[in-house]
Design a protein around this ligand. Structure first.
Ligand SMILES: [Zn+2]
Length: 328
C-alpha cells in the first residue's frame, strides 16, 4: 500500500496532512490543486482512510475493516461525487441529493468523507449550494475538492478550503519513483520525461503513445530536403483523429531538443528516435526555436480548420529550411 511518505515530494503539506489525519485534527474542507498525475487523488484517499481507520497507531493501517473498505471503494461513509455517466458537469440537483443523503447519519458512526475528484466540473449553481454546506459544515465531515483547474472554482468556495498545492517531481525524482514502483530504469526515464514529472501520467502512458513518440520523431527528423517532405506527409495525412496527439508529441520533442541545444538536459533515453538526437546535436538553439514556432503555427492552422496535412507539411518545410542553414 502507498503511504503519505511516498508523496512527500509532491507537496509541502504532506507531513502536515499525515499528522492532522492521524491525530483527527483535520479541518473540514481541503482543496487539492495541481496538474494531473501529481498524487492528489491518492493522497485524498490516504486522508480518507486515516480519517476512518480503527488502528490505534500508524493511521492509515491499510488492514483494518474501514481501511480495506476505502481501498475497495465500498466504504459507506466515503462518497465520491462525480457527474453522472455521460454528463460533463455536476449540477445542483445531483449535488443536493448527495448532500442530503450524507447529512442523515454516518453508517459506521465515524467520520464522513466527500471526495470531488473533478471539482471543476461543478456548475456555478452546484458550487453555490456546496458553499452553503461549507459555511455550516455538518459534524465530523471532511470535504476534498480535487482539481487541475482551480481557477474554475468560485473564490468563495476556495476561501472556505485549506488549499494544498501539488506539483510534478523533477524528471530524475519521477524516474526513481517509477523504478521504485517496478518499472525498468530506461522505461521509467522515458515515461518520466514524457509526463514531465507527473508520476500518475507517466504510469498511465500506453504503449501506443510511446511507440508514436519514437516513430514520429524518426520520420520527421529523417527529412533533410524539400524532396523528402511529401512521403512523410502522406504517411501521416490520414491521422486526423490523432492530430492533437501528433502535434503534442512534436511540441514535446522540440522542447526537449531545445533543452539539449541549450545544454540543459541531454536528449538520450527520452524515448525519441536517434534521428531527433542527431538533429539536436547538429542544429543550434536558434534552429530549434524556429521549429518550435512552426509547431505553434501548425497548431493554430489546425485550430482554424486548415487541413492537418498542410499544417504538418509546414512544420516539415521549416525543418528543411533549417537543415539548409545548418547542414548536419
Ligand atoms: Zn486502518
Amino acid at each position: 500500500m502507498l503511504s503519505f511518505d511516498d508523496f512527500s515530494g509532491q507537496s509541502t503539506h504532506i507531513a502536515q496532512l499525515k499528522s492532522d489525519f492521524s491525530a483527527h485534527t483535520f479541518v473540514h474542507a481541503y482543496l487539492f490543486a495541481g496538474p494531473k498525475g501529481t498524487g492528489k487523488r491518492s493522497v485524498a484517499r490516504l486522508c480518507a482512510m486515516a480519517a476512518v481507520c480503527r488502528s490505534e497507531q500508524g493511521k492509515p493501517c491499510g488492514v483494518c475493516g474501514p481501511c480495506r473498505r476505502v481501498l475497495a471503494g465500498t466504504h459507506p461513509d466515503v462518497h465520491v461525487i462525480e457527474p453522472e455517466k455521460g454528463r460533463q458537469t455536476l449540477g445542483v440537483d445531483a449535488l443536493r441529493e448527495v448532500l442530503e443523503e450524507v447529512s442523515v447519519r454516518a453508517f459506521e458512526d465515524g467520520t464522513k468523507v466527500l471526495l470531488f475528484p473533478e471539482a471543476e466540473r461543478m456548475t456555478a449553481q452546484a458550487q453555490n449550494c456546496l458553499l452553503k454546506t461549507l459555511e455550516e459544515p455538518p459534524e465530523d465531515t471532511v470535504f476534498f475538492l480535487i482539481t487541475d483547474q482551480p481557477a474554475a472554482l468560485l473564490t468563495t468556495v476556495v476561501s472556505r478550503c485549506r488549499v494544498v498545492r501539488f506539483h510534478p517531481l523533477q524528471i530524475e525524482q519521477a524516474a526513481a519513483r517509477l523504478v521504485a514502483l517496478g518499472l525498468q530504469p530506461q522505461d521509467a526515464r522515458r515515461r518520466a520525461r514524457m509526463a514531465e514529472g507527473c508520476v500518475g501520467q507517466a504510469l498511465a502512458l500506453d504503449e501506443q503513445s510511446l511507440a508514436l513518440r519514437e516513430q514520429l520523431t524518426r520520420d520527421v527528423f529523417s527529412v533533410r530536403r524539400a524532396g523528402d517532405v511529401l512521403a512523410v506527409v502522406n504517411q501521416y495525412k490520414d491521422m486526423k483523429e490523432q492530430k492533437t496527439q501528433v502535434l503534442d508529441v512534436l511540441e514535446c520533442a522540440v522542447r526537449d531538443i531545445m533543452l539539449q541545444q541549450a545544454g540543459r538536459m541531454p536528449l538520450e533515453n527520452a524515448g525519441y528516435a536517434p534521428e531527433a538526437e542527431a538533429y539536436a546535436r547538429a542544429v543550434p538553439l536558434r534552429g530549434g526555436l524556429k521549429l518550435s514556432q512552426a509547431v505553434t503555427r501548425a497548431r493554430k492552422m489546425v485550430g482554424s480548420n486548415v487541413a492537418f496535412a498542410s499544417a504538418f507539411e509546414s512544420i516539415l518545410l521549416t525543418l528543411t529550411e533549417e537543415y539548409a542553414r545548418w547542414p548536419w
